[in-house]
Design a protein around this ligand. Structure first.
Ligand code: ASP
Length: 485
């Protein structure tokens, strides 16, 4: 018999059905046995009575065993079943735990047994030791809260995909094995067996590739891109995270901001109708004002911080293009110019002459915009320098010699000089957006398999050592690790 998903059981009242599920709860009551069964679509109660041979199997079943259950779908009329029905009538939505029907069990088949789980998966694990959760992530993900986080992550991603598809964007992949890019953070590097002593870098973002796709005439690109940055894992950072990465040709700052605003509003109104956006259009706050009024460039402008359903989006604009590296760890670097966001950006149109002539550098503002939500930066982007002379000028302000510019950026300059259209884009920190939408405290709650605070995966036990043979193939010899004094 074909399997019925639990959420659809109410459509088969009076019929004999088969469900494939986990034993969520088992309650042995002597002559009867009660169960809650769970599949990805829902939870339902099952009961065995008056069938000694079925009861015998029922008594052996333990939580988290995987079973095939045959039974008759019966309507329930107890108090909470009535309440459930009233709620369905009122909201049109059926809760995960379906209470208007139950299964009168006629047969069981055990598909797999399970060790006693190290923590209750029938309850939220929000207060369970995180290391234990990560070590047993496959169990953690069984909890209703985590299942819901994953489902909503999928739904938001799908809505973005559909929206971008309808607006003529192509979803394209860019390489994971790439070259070191000067985007600010430390690269993860991968040794090459075929080119001994050479290394790929994992992408910090697809910045250069997405711009090159504009050179290629794709005009509109997006990707859910995995980005890797080898940074110290302060607070809520992950070594790898997901960006919704977007790039468009022949656009202004305004076009990009409007489209992103429209998409964010659509996500909230369609998938989070219980939430309220504080202000539409999203307010735009100049960087200088944000720093002065809020002391940071990701202002939390919520009128009421107690309301978990209030979403206060704002744009931060008018960023300085360059800043001095005064707080750099490298004393040699003190006082040099660095970029505040992205070396490939363009300045505001009124500052292009200064950029070309390398004059009034501190006053040059970037055509850069960040999108903030409830005190977090959830995305940022810019209009890019599409003229190779301007990019050269930027790189020279940043202190790169003519030779270094050719060595590191020759390919970009060549591409820009091959008929690259004016273009710009943005990238959203997708994990962070999902964290806020799901009212979670860390991005680890919305990532299926995150790393812990030390950048390790306690379940897979990565990173790990590799064999001598692997090292030999790569021509790599390991140095002794100096013990801290
Ligand atoms: N690549 C940039 C980043 O990762 C975003 C962008 O400008 O599109 O921050």
């Amino acid at each position: 018999m074909k399997r019925t998903h639990i959420k659809n059981l109410h459509q088969q009242q009076g019929e004999t059905v088969v469900i494939n599920c986990w034993v969520d709860v088992a309650r042995d009551q002597g002559k009867m046995a009660f169960f809650d069964f769970r599949d990805a679509s829902g939870k339902v109660q099952g009961v065995v009575f008056g069938k000694p041979e079925v009861l015998e199997i029922a008594k052996t079943l333990r939580p988290e065993w995987v079973v095939e259950v045959t039974g008759i779908v019966n309507e329930r009329n107890v108090k909470n079943a009535k309440e459930f029905k009233e709620e369905v009538a009122e909201t049109g939505k059926r809760d995960f735990f379906v209470k208007d029907v139950e299964l009168e069990i006629t047969d069981f088949k055990v598909l797999n047994k399970a060790e006693t789980p190290v923590f209750e998966v029938t309850e939220s694990t929000v207060n369970t030791n995180e290391e234990v959760r990560l070590k047993n992530r496959y169990l953690d993900l069984r909890t209703e809260r985590m299942q819901n986080n994953m489902k909503m992550r999928h739904r938001v991603a799908k809505l973005c995909r559909d929206y971008l598809d309808e607006n003529d964007f192509l979803e394209l992949e860019t390489p994971i094995l790439t070259k070191s890019t000067p985007e600010g953070a430390r690269d993860y590097v991968v040794p090459s067996r075929l080119s001994p002593h050479n290394f790929y870098a994992l992408p910090q973002s697809p910045q250069q590739y997405k711009q090159l796709l504009m050179t290629s005439g794709m005009e509109r690109y997006f990707q859910f891109a995995r980005c890797m940055r080898d940074e110290d894992l302060r607070g809520d950072r992950q070594p790898e995270f997901t960006q919704l990465d977007i790039e468009m040709s022949f656009v202004s700052e305004e076009d990009i901001m409007q489209m992103n605003e429209d998409l964010l509003i659509k996500i909230v109104t369609e998938l989070y109708p219980e939430k309220k956006i504080q202000q539409i259009p999203f307010p735009r706050i100049p960087y200088a004002e944000a720093m002065e009024k809020y002391g940071n460039d990701r202002p939390d402008i919520r009128e009421n911080k107690d309301d978990e359903n209030l979403l206060a989006f704002c744009w931060v604009v008018d960023f300085p293009f360059f800043e001095k590296t005064a707080d750099s760890d490298d004393p040699q670097a003190q006082g040099e110019w660095t970029f505040t966001h992205n070396p490939f950006s363009l300045s505001k149109p009124e500052h292009i002459e200064n950029l070309k002539n390398k004059e009034n550098i501190a006053d040059i503002m970037a055509a850069q915009y960040d999108i903030c939500l409830n005190g977090y930066e959830i995305g940022g982007g810019s209009v890019r320098a599409h003229d190779p002379e301007i990019l050269k000028s930027i790189l020279s302000i940043l202190g790169h010699s003519e030779e270094k510019i050719q060595e590191n950026f020759g390919h970009m300059l060549k591409a820009l000089g091959s008929g690259t259209p004016p273009h710009g884009g943005i990238a959203w920190g997708f994990d962070r957006l999902m964290m806020i939408l799901q009212n979670e405290r860390t991005i680890r709650e919305v990532i299926a398999f995150p790393k812990n605070g030390e950048g390790r995966d306690p379940m897979m036990e990565s990173p790990s050592s590799v064999s001598e043979d692997q090292l030999n193939e790569l021509h790599i010899q390991l140095k002794q690790i100096k013990k801290p004094q």
